[in-house]
Write a protein that binds this ligand. Structure first.
Ligand code: THU
Length: 139
């Protein structure tokens, strides 16, 4: 993946940390999702006093994009840390990996885990969700 594009996505994901609503865990997460058309959709985690309605940053980004007609995606960047301080990679939870599986090709969809524009690693969805269950199973 192009370095400049990866850096742009990291910047956009970091920008979401200030919007994160995480009064219960204090763990702020930001995401930036790239469509095949080159558009970026951002998202943050949104917690809830009843806990289970909490929405992860990745799903916020996906649902924003899908609700605006997007269906094809190339990559997502995720950043997160306690109180918004980025010390380690914040890998996507299982539910978010499954949502990615619904809309993305596991062989080509890229997941960028970052702590800064200088320190990041790129994985395919297949690496993070081997043998995933998806729409192809239901045809
Ligand atoms: N969280 C995300 O936003 N994305 C993930 O993939 C993992 C967890 C959020 C949910 C919750 O608000 C906080 O991190 C702690 O679990």
């Amino acid at each position: 993946m192009d370095k400049k594009l990866a850096e742009e996505m990291i910047e956009a994901a970091i920008g979401q940390l200030s919007y994160s609503y995480a009064p219960y865990s204090g763990f702020r997460v930001g995401a930036a999702l790239l469509t095949e058309g080159g558009k970026l959709y951002t998202g943050c985690n949104i917690e809830n006093a009843a806990y289970s309605p909490t929405n992860c940053a990745e799903r916020t980004a996906f649902f924003k994009a899908v609700s605006e007609g997007e269906r094809k995606f190339c990559a997502i960047c995720i950043v997160g840390g306690k109180n918004g301080v980025l010390t380690d990679y914040a890998a996507p939870c299982g539910v978010c990996r499954q949502v990615m599986m619904e809309f993305c090709d596991p062989d080509t969809f890229r997941i960028i885990l970052a702590v800064s524009k200088e320190k990041y690693e790129i994985f395919t969805l297949k690496e993070l969700l081997p043998k995933g269950f998806g729409p192809h199973n239901l045809v």
